[in-house]
Design a protein around this ligand. Sequence first.
Ligand code: GRG
Length: 344
Amino acid sequence: MAHQVLHKGAHARYVVSFQKDKKGYEYVASEYLRLSGIYWGTTALMLLTTKKEEDKEKDNNNNPTTQFVDYTKGLSADEVVADVLECRNADGGFASAPGHDSHLLYTLSAVQVLCNYDRLHKELSEEQRRETAKWVASLQSEEDGSFKGDKWGEVDTRFSYCASSCLRLLGFGPELGDIIDVEKAVSFVLSCRNFDEGFGARPGDETHAGQVFCCVGALALLDALDRVDADRLAWWLCERQTEGGGLNGRPQKKQDVCYTWWVLSSLSMLGRLHWVDRTALVAFILSCQDPEEGGISDRPDDEVDVFHTFFGIAGLSLLKYPGLSEVNAKYAMPQRVIEKMGLA
Ligand code: GRG
């Protein structure tokens, strides 16, 4: 394989220039998912940044593996936070970009970014946080416990995950049951389980690794992960590894860097991360980098983007690639943030 080391500096430069070039084509064209882009990019910078103590780590040849650079400094925290707050709507939810409707996907991204920068409580009053939580809870169906993504009504297990994560990050611990019907939320997720022990977007839909992450994550966040057969599900997940070393999202499909995250984080939550061939997977991810301009693509020699850059780095972090900060599999956020919030 051509590029066998992670080009941390190049990736950080790529993320920073994407985020700063607000008139650039990529930035303008991604307005419909802008807030998630901010979450992917800024979280990638945080994972590239290691704590100072980790400088002392040595590789097999006793050489230091990390050099401390705070890659997050490439972007102004105040500007990032201002960009996020501009997307807040009067209903308490957040939109992909100013002027759009609130959606659960972007509300989760907003809350994640504010937590990552330790600004959730500084920027949103208790009343505003309650409004956001109420808006999230209002999307749950009283009938079957599912969540819709917004007022327009699409139901998907992605939204069960987003709602669960959002409410936990907003501080709902044992009192989660006061705001949503937890048992019904769990039952809906379980109703999307298939014969292969995997999960789809709605009852009867095909198993897909992205939805498996959402369902395993939601069950973990709702303290119900013991209701899956971990061995059978982990077997389906580790069968996603292809001859090229990368992972696909379902049988007969192509490998893609983003499945490193959806599959590995699920395996990690199930305590079976070691069921994949780590060496082959690391080599595949590294082969998808642009070593000069930075960024990671879905497959070697394809165009890079912030989505695959984040999930490649986060996947490498789960694989304990040297010189990266630890990522939390359940929240897809830096472990140090989750620990500081008392959610680990
Ligand atoms: C906080 C990490 C995080 C996530 C929030 C939005 C979300 C919750 C999860 C998305 C999970 C998901 C469905 C991921 C899959 C994305 C993807 C690459 C879909 C492509 O699907 P197909 O059918 O691709 O086009 P394949 O690979 O099956 O051909």
